[in-house]
Design a protein around this ligand. Structure first.
Ligand SMILES: C[S@@+](CC[C@H](N)C(=O)[O-])C[C@H]1O[C@@H](n2cnc3c(N)ncnc32)[C@H](O)[C@@H]1O
Length: 304
C-alpha cells in the first residue's frame, strides 16, 4: 500500500498497482456542493455579462464553464497539469463553449508572459487554496495577479481570512513525528522528514483538547505585496500541552465563502501547524505565536 500525497490534502490509500499521477482530489472537490454554490453566487453577484475573465487553474473546466454560461465575453484559463488540461479541453468542447473559453496548458506566469492577453481582465478567478492557504503556490499566483490586474479588475476571492486555535493532541502530533523507542530500537531519524509547516488532518477524527478560542490569525489578499510574518495572540483557556494550532480559512466569494471550517463538511481537510516542540500552557496566560510565510508557526513569548 502507498499513501498518495498530492498538492491539496491527503488523497487516500490505494493499492500500489493503482498508483497514478492524476490528482484524484479533483473528484471530491468537484463533488463539494458548498464550494461550487459559493463560486456560482460570486459570479452572479459580480455579474460577468460581456466581461473578460482570467481563470488561474482550470481543473476539469467547471468554473470556466460557469463563467461562460453566465455570459462572459471570453474566458482565458490556464492549467499546468497536463492530464487535467486534456480533460478540460474535452469538457469545454462537450459543453459547446470552445468559442468563448480559451484554454492554455501553461502556468499563469507563462500565460501572462506570453502576451496572449492584450488587456487586463475585468475579472480574475482562482481557486488554488490548500488546507493552509499557501501550499498550492499562493505567493506565485498572487504575484501573477498583481502583474496582470488593473485597478478595476475584480479578484475572486478578494480576501481570505485564516482562523486558528491552540490544541493539545498527541494523536495529531504523532501523525508527523515518532517519539520514544520501539522495544529498544531507535528510529528517530525519520523525524528529519517531519513536516515543519503544516499538514492536512480531518479534525473531527482525532482526540483533541482545545486550549484557546478560535482567533483570526491571518488575512491574505492577492493584491497586497508581501505579507511577511504575522504574530497572533492566544489566551489559553485551559492548562495543558500545546502541540500546535489547527487552522481553517474562509475565502470570500462575493456574498458567500468557501471554507474548510471544521463545522462544515467539505472536501478540504483542516490544517495542523505543529510546534517544533510541544509547550506547557497555563490557563489565563497569553502566548504570542509567529505565523510565517510558509505557514509554519513559532512561539515567541508567554505572559502570565
Ligand atoms: C483547486 S483546482 C480548481 C479547478 C477549477 N478552477 C475549479 O474550481 O473547479 C486548481 C487547479 O489549478 C491548477 N493550478 C494551480 N496553480 C496554477 C498556476 N499557477 N497556473 C496554472 N494552473 C495552476 C492546479 O493544477 C489545479 O488543477
Amino acid at each position: 500500500m502507498v499513501l498518495l500525497y498530492k498538492k491539496r490534502d491527503v488523497i487516500g490509500i490505494q493499492p500500489m498497482i493503482m498508483e497514478r499521477k492524476f490528482p484524484t482530489w479533483h473528484f471530491s472537490m468537484l463533488n463539494d456542493k458548498l464550494r461550487n454554490e459559493a463560486i456560482k453566487e460570486a459570479i452572479t453577484y459580480y455579474g460577468v455579462d460581456n466581461k473578460v475573465v482570467l481563470e488561474i487553474g482550470t481543473g476539469a473546466g467547471l468554473t470556466a464553464i460557469y463563467f461562460a454560461k453566465h455570459g462572459a465575453k471570453v474566458v482565458y484559463t490556464c492549467e499546468m497539469d497536463e492530464q487535467l488540461y486534456h480533460v478540460a479541453v474535452k469538457n469545454i468542447k462537450e459543453n459547446n463553449f470552445e468559442n468563448i473559453i480559451k484554454i492554455y496548458h501553461m502556468t499563469s506566469s507563462e500565460l501572462i508572459k506570453s502576451g496572449i492577453m492584450k488587456e487586463p481582465p475585468d475579472v480574475i478567478f482562482t481557486e488554488t487554496l490548500d488546507c493552509g492557504i499557501v501550499g498550492e503556490g499562493f505567493w506565485s499566483v498572487a504575484k501573477d495577479i498583481r502583474t496582470i490586474a488593473s485597478s478595476n479588475t475584480k479578484i475572486i476571492p478578494d480576501i481570505i481570512k485564516q482562523y486558528g486555535f491552540m490544541i493539545e493532541s498527541e494523536e495529531i502530533y504523532n501523525q508527523n513525528k515518532i517519539s520514544g523507542n520501539f522495544n529498544g530500537i531507535k528510529l528517530t531519524h525519520i523525524n528529519d522528514h517531519s513536516t515543519t509547516t503544516y499538514f492536512p488532518i480531518r479534525y473531527n477524527n482525532f482526540n483533541v483538547k482545545t486550549l484557546s478560542e478560535s482567533m483570526k490569525i491571518n488575512e491574505y489578499t492577492y493584491t497586497t505585496l508581501e505579507h511577511g510574518i504575522r504574530s497572533s495572540k492566544f489566551i489559553a483557556y485551559r492548562t495543558g500541552i500545546c502541540h500546535g494550532i489547527i487552522s481553517y480559512f474562509q475565502a470570500r466569494m462575493g456574498p458567500s465563502i468557501i471554507s474548510n471550517d471544521l463545522r462544515d463538511k467539505g472536501h478540504w481537510h483542516q490544517a495542523f501547524h505543529p510546534l517544533q516542540e510541544p509547550i506547557n500552557v497555563k490557563a489565563g496566560n497569553t502566548y504570542i505565536m509567529k505565523i510565517n510565510k510558509n505557514g509554519s508557526i513559532t512561539i515567541v513569548s508567554e505572559k502570565g
